[in-house]
Design a protein around this ligand. Structure first.
Ligand code: DQA
Length: 150
């Protein structure tokens, strides 16, 4: 029987405020609606989507730890932790699960400090500036990559 892939979607701080937060940058869709859409899309792709949003760095780090040997691929929008967190980088290196880094906005066209990410160089790809559509592209890419490698 074909294996159902387990994909972990991680979202960092303040992304729970989607739809109310800086709508000109992050759009009008709420975080709850986004997750609903992605769960629906994952069913179409026939994958298990596990998701976690947290405003706390250690919770994201611990989720990465417990994903070892359970999760096939990670899609992560670390939000502000992108630019600050070496512990997220170390956690991703420790579990050695391939991951795609995603940002709703184009981090290269904003303040200078956003142009540096502590995880881009160890990612298997980066999506940024495509709005929330980027999440669907990430899921499609992950499925394609995992199907080829199976
Ligand atoms: C973000 C970009 C980050 O710079 C910012 O801190 C976020 C969201 C994005 O999705 O565009 O919170 O990761």
């Amino acid at each position: 029987m074909k294996k159902k892939f387990n994909i972990l979607l991680l979202n960092g701080p303040n992304l729970n405020l989607l739809g109310t937060r800086e709508k000109n940058i992050y759009g009008k869709i709420s975080f709850t609606s986004l997750i609903k859409k992605l769960i629906k899309f994952s069913k179409k792709l026939d994958i298990n989507l596990i998701h976690l949003q947290s405003n706390a760095e250690h919770i994201l780090v611990e989720k990465i730890h417990t994903s070892k040997d359970k999760i096939d691929y990670i899609i992560i929008n670390p939000a502000a932790f992108t630019h600050t967190s070496i512990s997220l980088r170390d956690a991703l290196l420790a579990v050695n699960i391939p991951f795609i880094e995603i940002h709703i906005s184009n981090i290269y066209s904003r303040e200078n400090f956003r142009a540096h990410s502590w995880i881009s160089d160890i990612s298997s790809g980066i999506i940024c500036g495509l709005g929330i559509d980027g999440y669907k592209w990430a899921l499609k890419t992950v499925v394609k990559r995992l199907s080829i490698s199976q």
